[in-house]
Design a protein around this ligand. Sequence first.
Ligand code: ZN
Length: 200
Amino acid sequence: MKIICIGRNYSEHAKELNNDIPDEPVIFLKPDTAVLKGNDFYLPEFSDDVHYELELTVRISKGGKYIMKENACKHYDEIGLGIDFTARDLQSKLKSKGLPWELAKGFDGSAALSNFVPKDELPDEIEFRLEKNGDIVQHGNSSQMIFGIDEMISYVSKYFTLRTGDVLFTGTPAGVGRCGENDLLEGFLGEEKLLSLKVR
Ligand code: ZN
C-alpha cells in the first residue's frame, strides 16, 4: 500500500506558506510505515515544529494506470480523513536547499488515517474540520480544492500504477499549525467525528 499526497491544493493554504498557486499538482509520497498505529501521535525528536494538516483522504478500490478523469470515480468508493503530520522546520530547511521533502513528510506515524465512509453517503461538497483542544483550527470544503479527486487520480496514475488499498491525501486547507504535547486533535467529516488523537 502506498500513500500519495498532493501539496498546495487549497489556495488559502498555499498563500499562508508563501507558496505559488500551482498549475500542475504537487505530488509526494509517504511509505506505508508512515501510517500511525493507535490514537497517540508521538512528536519526533528531530523536529521542534511539527504541524497538523487535516485532509480528505480517498481509498483506491480498484487499481489502474492511465486512468482517465471521466473514469476515475470507478476507482474509489470511500472517503475519510487523515492528518499529514509535517516537520515544518525540517521541510523548510530541505526546501531552501531544493532537496526532496520525504524526511519531513514520511516519517513513522506521519500519516494518521480515520475509518472510511462510503462516498455515496456524502454530499458533493464535503465539509470537514479539525478541532485542537476543542477550538476549530481548520475548516475546509472539497469544493475549494484546486485539483479535484478525479483529476488527481488521473494525474498520478500517469506516473504511479494505483493499487487497491492505496490512499490519497488530497491537500490541506488553511489553518495549519504546531502540535504541542498533550494537544487533542479531533477531525470531523461533516458532523461526524472520525479522528481523535492525542499528541505525546
Ligand atoms: Zn498535506
